[in-house]
Design a protein around this ligand. Structure first.
Ligand code: OAK
Length: 820
C-alpha cells in the first residue's frame, strides 16, 4: 500500500478505501493464508491490524530517526500497568483513515463495527493508574514528544469476571492467546537481569555475584498519535529462562489465589497482580518490579550510549524517567547501582544525577496502599540494592535531615527510608514512597486537592525540607479515545457546530457553551444521547438479560470496587428508592436505571460482598412488576476499557461519590462530563476542579468536605447514631441483614453490615447518606425540566477543555521534564 504518496503531507497516510481493501486482501492471503471466501470478522480483524501495523512500523522508523537526530530529552514512562484498550479502531481514528476503512470493509462485505469487536481488550492494568498511563502515551505522541513507555507483557492480565448466584467469579484472562499483531518481538534488544546472590568486596569494590539470571525479551507496541506522523513505542518485557537458570531451587512461593505457582523465570511476567490501591506484598511482585525496571534502565542506557556518549555524566540532559507510583521505585537504587558499580561514579555525584533524572507521581493517599518491602526480602532478592538504599538513607538522614533539624533523632526516625520496627524482632520495612521522594527532583499529586494533601498530610516533612519539590499536575484523559472514537455521533455534531480541531485542543469545546441554550442544538445533543442509550440497552440485554428503556435516566457507577468509592452508598439508596416505590407505586419519579461495572480484588471480602448484594437487589427489583419499570438495576460483568467505551457515551448521571480525601483524582469523572453526563459527586479529587470548570449550577455536589471529615472523626463518629435516627437507613440495612435477599446464605451480607455499623464505618457512608439521597432528589427534579437538563449537559461537555491529557502532559513537560 502506498502510505505516503510523494510530495503529500506526511501527517496522515494518504490512502483511500481502494488501497485499504487491496492491502487487507493481500494480508489475508499472503500473511494469514486465508482465502477471501473463508474470511470472517476475526480474519478481517487480523488482516486489517496488519495493514495498520505496516503504517505504524514505517512511522516508528521515521520517528526514531528524527529523535536520534534531535536534541530533545526523551521521556521514559515506567509503569507496571498500561491499560491501553483495543488498538485497531483507535489507531484508525488517530491515523485519520477510519472513514475510508469503513468504506473498504463495506466493499468487502463485513461491517467495520463487527470487525472491531473481534479484538480482545488487553487487560494490562487494574484501573485508574494503568488507564492514565495509556492516555499519557497517546498525548505524548500526539504532542510529538520523544517518549517511550516501559512495562510488562503479562501473559494473563486482570482476571475475567463473571457472576454465579450474584457472586464474583474470577477466571484467567489469556488476552493474547489468539493473536496480538500489535506486539513485535525485538530479540536484538533483549536484556539479562540478575537476582539473588551475594555482595562481596574485591579490591575495595562491591561485586554482586553468585546470582541467578533471567532473560527479558522486549515486545514493542506502536503508539499512534492524532494528526501527526509520530509513532512512539510501548516496550513491554516478557521474562524467559536464561541458560542455566534455576530459581525453583531458591524459593517456592505461592501467589494469587487459585493460581498457585512457583517462582520461575517464565512466570515473572505471567500474571498482573489484581490489586488496586492495595499492595500484594509478595516476593514475586518485588521480582516483577525489579525485572522490568532492570530491563528498562539497561535498555535506555544502551540507547543513550549509542546516541550520545559512553559516559553517563550528562545523561540527565537527554533522559527523564517518570515513576508511575512507587511500583517502579526500585529503579532509584538500580540506577545508582549502574552509576556506581558499572560506571565508577562516586556516590554523591550518582545521587545528584539520579535526582535530576527521576520524578515520581503519587496516585493514592490510602495508607494501606503505600508500598513497603521487608528489608530481609530485599536483602535476599537484591542484596546490592539494599546496601545502596542504606547508603542513600544514611546520606539523606545525616546530612540533609540533619541540616534542617539538627540533632533531632525523632525526625530522623520519622523520615528514615528504612522504618524502625514497632516491636523488637519485627521486620524492618523499606518505605518505597520515601525512596521515591528522596531519589526524585519532583513529586506530583494528580489533582489540586490531592496534591495539597500530599504536601500537608502525606509528606509534610519533605514539603518543609524541599518546598519546591511537591507539585500538582491534574490528570486528564485523551479526547481521541474518550470522545472521538467512543462517541462518533457527538464528535460529528461538535465538528459541525464549532470551529477548529478540538481533538488537538480540547479548550476549543468552550465554543459549544454558546449553544447550551439553543433548542435545536439541545434537541440534536439529546437525540445522540438517546441513540447511545439504545445501543447500551442492547448490550445490557445481551449481557444481563434485562430490558431497560432508553427513556429512563441512565445513572452509572463504573470503577474498581472499593469501600472508599462507596458503591455501597449507591446500593443503600437504590434499596431505599425501591421501598419508597413499594410504599407508593404511583410516586411521581422519573424512571431510573442504575448501572454498575466493577471488579473487586479477589481477596477483598467486603468489596465482593458489595457486588453480591448489588446483584441480589438487582434481581429482586428487576423482577418486581409492582414498581412499573420505574427502577432497574444492572451490574455489567467483566468491566473493562471496551465496555467503558459503550457505557460512558450513554450515561446521564455519573456517580463520583468517594469519601472526601480518598480519591486521588478520578478520570472516569472527566470522561463522563466530556460526554454530557451530569456528575453527582463529593468534593474529592478532580471533582473539585470539574465543579470549578462547569460551575456550581451544573453539577450535583453533596456531602462532607475533607475538613468536615476530619472534624467529624475528631469529634467522634458513631454510625449507629445515624442508624438509630434514620428510619429509611435502618429499614434498608435491616433488610440487607435479614437474609431475605439471599435465603440460601442468610449471613452473606454480614461483612457489609458490620463494616457499616460495627466497625466504625470508616468511609462515612452513613454520615453522607442523607445528603446523597437529597442530591438524587435534585437530579430527579432537574430531569423533569429537559431544557435545563440539556443545557447543563452541554455546558459540562463544553467545559472539559482542562481535562485533556494533552494539557496534563504539557504541565509535566514544563514543571517536571524541563522541556522547552
Ligand atoms: C493503584 C495502585 C496503587 C496506587 C494507586 C493506584 C491507582 O490506580 N490510583 C488511582 O490513580 C488514578 C490515576 O491517577 C486516579 O485517578 C485515582 O483517583 C487513583 O485511585
Amino acid at each position: 500500500m502506498s502510505v505516503n504518496k510523494a510530495g503529500q503531507n506526511d501527517t496522515m497516510p494518504v490512502v483511500d478505501s481502494e488501497d485499504i481493501a487491496q492491502s487487507v486482501v493481500r494480508h489475508l492471503q499472503q500473511s494469514l493464508g486465508v482465502e477471501l471466501d473463508e474470511a470472517g470478522p476475526a480474519e478481517y480483524w487480523e488482516a486489517l491490524s496488519l495493514v495498520v501495523r505496516e503504517i505504524d512500523l514505517q512511522r516508528i522508523r521515521a520517528t526514531r530517526k528524527k529523535e536520534r537526530e534531535g536534541k530533545a530529552r526523551r521521556i521514559y514512562y515506567l509503569s507496571l500497568e498500561f491499560l491501553v484498550g483495543r488498538l485497531l479502531g483507535n489507531n484508525l481514528h488517530n491515523l485519520g483513515i477510519f472513514k475510508e476503512t469503513e468504506k473498504a470493509m463495506a466493499k468487502l462485505g463485513t461491517p467495520l463495527v463487527d470487525i472491531l469487536e473481534n479484538e480482545s481488550d488487553p487487560s494490562l492494568g487494574n484501573g485508574g493508574l494503568g488507564r492514565l498511563a495509556a492516555c499519557f502515551m497517546d498525548s505524548m505522541t500526539t504532542l510529538d514528544m520523544p517518549a517511550m513507555g516501559y512495562g510488562i507483557n503479562y501473559r494473563f492480565g486482570l482476571f475475567r469476571q463473571s457472576f454465579a448466584g450474584g457472586k464474583q467469579v474470577e477466571t484467567p484472562d489469556g488476552w493474547r492467546e489468539d493473536s496480538f499483531p500489535w506486539g513485535i518481538e525485538r530479540a536484538k534488544r533483549k536484556q539479562h537481569v540478575k537476582l539473588y546472590g551475594l555482595v562481596r568486596e574485591h579490591a575495595g569494590k562491591a561485586v554482586w555475584e553468585d546470582t541467578q539470571e533471567v532473560l527479558g525479551m522486549p515486545w514493542d507496541v506502536p503508539v499512534t498519535g492524532y494528526g501527526t506522523g509520530t509513532v512512539n513505542t510501548l516496550r513491554l518485557w516478557e521474562s524467559r529462562a536464561a541458560h542455566g537458570f534455576d530459581l525453583n531451587s531458591f524459593d517456592a512461593g505461592r501467589y494469587q489465589d487459585s493460581r498457585s505457582q512457583e517462582i520461575s523465570a517464565e512466570n515473572i511476567s505471567q500474571v498482573l497482580y489484581p490489586n488496586d490501591n492495595h499492595p500484594a506484598g509478595k516476593e514475586l511482585r518485588l521480582i516483577q518490579q525489579y525485572f522490568f525496571v532492570a530491563c528498562s534502565l539497561a535498555d535506555l542506557i544502551e540507547r543513550y550510549k549509542r546516541e550520545n556518549s559512553e559516559s553517563l555524566k550528562n545523561i540527565a540532559d537527554k533522559v527523564a524517567i517518570q515513576l508511575n507510583d512507587t511500583h517502579p521505585a526500585i529503579a532509584v537504587a538500580e540506577f545508582m547501582r549502574v552509576l556506581m558499580d558499572e560506571e565508577n561514579v562516586v556516590f554523591s555525584r550518582a545521587l545528584e544525577v539520579t535526582r535530576e533524572v527521576f520524578a515520581y507521581t503519587n496516585h493514592t493517599l490510602l495508607p494501606e496502599a503505600l508500598e513497603e518491602w521487608p528489608q530481609q526480602l530485599i536483602t535476599k532478592v537484591l542484596p546490592r540494592h539494599m546496601q545502596i538504599i542504606h547508603m542513600i538513607n544514611y546520606h539523606f538522614l545525616h546530612s540533609e535531615v540533619e541540616a534542617v533539624w539538627p540533632g533531632d533523632d525523632h525526625m530522623k526516625r520519622r523520615l528514615s527510608i528504612i522504618e524502625e520496627p514497632d516491636r523488637p524482632g519485627d521486620d524492618q520495612m523499606v518505605r518505597m514512597a520515601f525512596l521515591s521522594v528522596v531519589g526524585s527532583h519532583k513529586v506530583n499529586g494528580v489533582a489540586a486537592l490531592h496534591s495539597r494533601l500530599v504536601q500537608e498530610k502525606l509528606f509534610p516533612e519533605f514539603h518543609h525540607m524541599w518546598p519546591e519539590k511537591i507539585i500538582n499536575v491534574t490528570n486528564g484523559v485523551t479526547p481521541r479515545r474518550w470522545l472521538d472514537y467512543c462517541n462518533p455521533e457527538l464528535a460529528a455534531l461538535i465538528d459541525e457546530t464549532i470551529e477548529g480541531d478540538w481533538r488537538k485542543d480540547l479548550y476549543k469545546l468552550g465554543a459549544m457553551k454558546a449553544y447550551a441554550d439553543d433548542p435545536a442544538f439541545q434537541k440534536r445533543f439529546a437525540a445522540i444521547k438517546h441513540d447511545n442509550k439504545k445501543h447500551l440497552a442492547a448490550v445490557i440485554k445481551e449481557l444481563c438479560d434485562v430490558d431497560v428503556s432508553p427513556d429512563a435516566i441512565f445513572d452509572v457507577q463504573i470503577k474498581r470496587l472499593h469501600e472508599y468509592k462507596r458503591q455501597q452508598m449507591n446500593l443503600l439508596h437504590i434499596m431505599a428508592l425501591y421501598r419508597r416505590l413499594l410504599d407508593n407505586p404511583d410516586l411521581d419519579v422519573p424512571p431510573r436505571v442504575f448501572i454498575f461495572g466493577a471488579k473487586a480484588a479477589p481477596g477483598y471480602k467486603v468489596a465482593k460482598t458489595i457486588i453480591h448484594a448489588i446483584n441480589r437487589v438487582a434481581e429482586r427489583v428487576n423482577n418486581d412488576r409492582r414498581i412499573k419499570d420505574k427502577l432497574k438495576v444492572v451490574f455489567l460483568p467483566n468491566y473493562r476499557v471496551s465496555l467503558a467505551e459503550k457505557i460512558i457515551p450513554a450515561a446521564d448521571v455519573s456517580e463520583q461519590i468517594s469519601t472526601a480525601g480518598f480519591e486521588a483524582s478520578g478520570t472516569g469523572n472527566m470522561k463522563f462530563a466530556l460526554n454530557g453526563a451530569l456528575t453527582v459527586g463529593t468534593l474529592d479529587g478532580a471533582n473539585v476542579e470539574i465543579a470549578e470548570e462547569v460551575g456550581d449550577d451544573n453539577i450535583f455536589i453533596f456531602g462532607l468536605t475533607v475538613e468536615q471529615v476530619s472534624e467529624l472523626r475528631h469529634r467522634g463518629y458513631n454510625p449507629r447514631d445515624i442508624y438509630n435516627r434514620s428510619e429509611e437507613l435502618r429499614s434498608v440495612i435491616d433488610w440487607l441483614d435479614s437474609g431475605d435477599l439471599c435465603p440460601e446464605e442468610p449471613e452473606a451480607f454480614r461483612p457489609l453490615v458490620e463494616a457499616l455499623l460495627d466497625q466504625g464505618d470508616y468511609f462515612l457512608t452513613m454520615a453522607d447518606y442523607q445528603a446523597y439521597s437529597d442530591a438524587h432528589e435534585r437530579i430527579a427534579e432537574t430531569w423533569k425540566k429537559p431544557e435545563l437538563w440539556w443545557k447543563m449537559a452541554i455546558t459540562n461537555s463544553a467545559s472539559m477543555g482542562k481535562f485533556s491529557s494533552d494539557r496534563s502532559i504539557q504541565d509535566y513537560g514544563k514543571a517536571i521534564w524541563n522541556m522547552s
